[in-house]
Design a protein around this ligand. Structure first.
Ligand SMILES: Cc1ncc(COP(=O)(O)O)c(C=O)c1O
Length: 372
């Protein structure tokens, strides 16, 4: 019975996806309708993991269904195809690219490689913790540098923490959970200088969302041969978080070193979805557009209730709740809205991921009840 139900559910879902794929066309509106028709029910509203509420795109859905036929094959050809596509889009050689099971695996393996043998890491706080946690678990020392009063990175403070045992400096740009950027005119000289002494890891998971002339990717430093690694992911603007596809981009020597320590592999469905999605500029634009609309709704609610918030360049907003985040999170859950976890030491702040604009009304209502 359970098997029957599961099979039935699966057929319903894949049927809906196929139907959507056929209906899709490439107009903005039809794509939106299809995307929302295909998406699984968002209840409670997931505003906690910085996921894309629209993805996977119609093109990625089609590619995934087609990839069922390749399920019996090892995924080397698809891996090479995606690697070549990324290399071409970024103007690098294929030897500069390492694809992994989400950028999490790149972060983990970097934490492992550079944290072993009493390696030390310098990282801001708060930031995305994956690399730091992994390195700490294998005995590395992590030097934490608090953000400044405006919740931006204290790059001078980070520079001061560097000593001969520091093997890696982690910079998340834009940063998670703050959603802020470090402008290129500050970050580039920092990377150029620091990478003479140690590896700089720039996590650009939210790169595709940024629309700010002060921001720039640090991939050009990789191109110029600096000791810098950049990570990217298919989990955010591409809406493929559950498919686990991410990249490390660095000098081929670094890539080979990290590759030799990887434990995971990528799967054919995720790779085919990513290939389709990285070619699909229209879906990326659509995701960005909807995300911007949702952010405006959140900003309005926060302004009206007099909350301090940061100008986000990502698909989430960090704001001051004025009460303990755990309490706030539980209260919002009661009204069907899941918000982000605590980010010490900002324990009376909340990281809120963007849902669809039409779902924001539910957020505004819940927020009014909880905060009002
Ligand atoms: C800054 C940052 N880096 C990396 C990741 C991990 O992403 P992936 O799904 O590629 O493992 C996340 C996920 O939320 C993130 O916020």
């Amino acid at each position: 019975m359970t098997n029957l139900m599961n099979r039935r559910q699966w057929l319903t879902r894949s049927g809906a996806a196929l139907g959507g794929a056929v209906l899709a066309g490439y107009g903005g509106l039809s794509r939106e309708l299809v995307a929302s028709a295909n998406a699984s029910p968002n209840s409670p509203i997931r505003m906690m993991f910085n996921e894309n509420p629209y993805g996977p795109s119609t093109a990625a859905r089609k590619a995934m269904i087609a990839a069922f036929d390749e399920g019996n094959l090892y995924s080397r050809a698809a891996y090479n195809e995606l690697r070549d596509l990324i290399a071409k889009q970024e103007g690098l050689s294929k030897e500069h690219i390492l694809i992994a099971s989400g950028s999490t695996e790149i972060l983990n393996v970097a934490g492992l490689v550079y944290g072993l043998n009493n390696g030390e890491v310098v990282a801001p706080q708060p930031t995305f913790e994956r690399l730091n946690t992994y390195a700490k678990n294998i005995g590395a020392t992590i030097h934490r540098v608090p953000v400044d009063e405006s919740l931006h990175f204290d790059l001078d403070g980070m520079r001061k923490e560097i000593n001969k045992n520091v093997k890696l400096v982690y910079v998340c740009n834009p940063n998670n959970p703050t959603g802020t950027i470090t402008p290129a005119k500050k970050l580039r000289p920092f990377c150029e200088e620091v990478s003479k002494e140690t590896l700089v890891f720039v996590d650009e998971a939210y790169h595709e969302y940024v629309n700010d002339p002060e921001y720039s990717s640090m991939i050009d430093l990789v191109r110029e041969g600096h000791n810098v690694i950049v990570s990217r992911t298919a989990s955010k603007v591409h809406g493929l978080a559950g498919l686990r596809v991410g990249f490390g981009i660095a000098d081929p020597k670094i890539i080979r070193h990290l590759q030799s320590r990887l434990t995971g592999t990528t799967n054919i469905i995720g790779l085919r979805a990513a290939i389709a999605s990285y070619r699909d500029k229209e879906f990326q634009n659509f995701s960005r557009q909807k995300n911007a609309e949702s952010k405006e709704i959140v900003y309005k609610v926060l302004r009206e209730t007099g909350r301090r918030f940061l100008d986000s360049k990502t698909n989430f907003v960090f704001f001051h709740t004025g009460r303990p985040i755990r309490e706030f999170r539980d209260a919002m859950r009661e009204y069907g809205v899941e918000v982000g976890r605590p980010f010490p030491p900002y324990l009376d702040w909340c990281r809120l991921s963007m849902a669809k604009p039409e779902e924001m009304e539910k957020f505004a209502e819940a927020f009014g009840k909880v905060i009002g």
